[in-house]
Design a protein around this ligand. Structure first.
Ligand code: FES
Length: 84
């Protein structure tokens, strides 16, 4: 987990590709970076809500208000850069 301009960011790597999500679970604010990753989903460790790592979609129901923000990522040399 990293903080950029006061925004906590969870960085995930799937098959060599990097993704950046708002690290705060929309349910109660737990760290998604400390969640349980299966494929391209992450489950929050506290109450097990599931999110798509690729785009931040909340997967347990169709409730867009619980989606987490996803940020563009690019790799420059050995740096992972996140645009917020
Ligand atoms: S804090 Fe993440 S599911 Fe409750």
């Amino acid at each position: 987990m990293f903080v950029i301009d006061e925004q906590p960011i969870g960085i995930f790597r799937i098959d060599g590709e990097y993704f950046a999500l708002d690290n705060r679970c929309p349910h109660a604010g737990a760290s998604l970076a400390h969640g349980i990753v299966h494929g391209d989903t992450v489950a929050c460790r506290i109450h097990h809500w599931h999110f798509c790592i690729r785009d931040g979609t909340y997967l347990d129901e169709s409730e867009p208000k619980f989606n987490v923000r996803c940020f563009p990522v690019r790799i420059v040399g050995q740096l992972v850069q996140v645009q917020i």
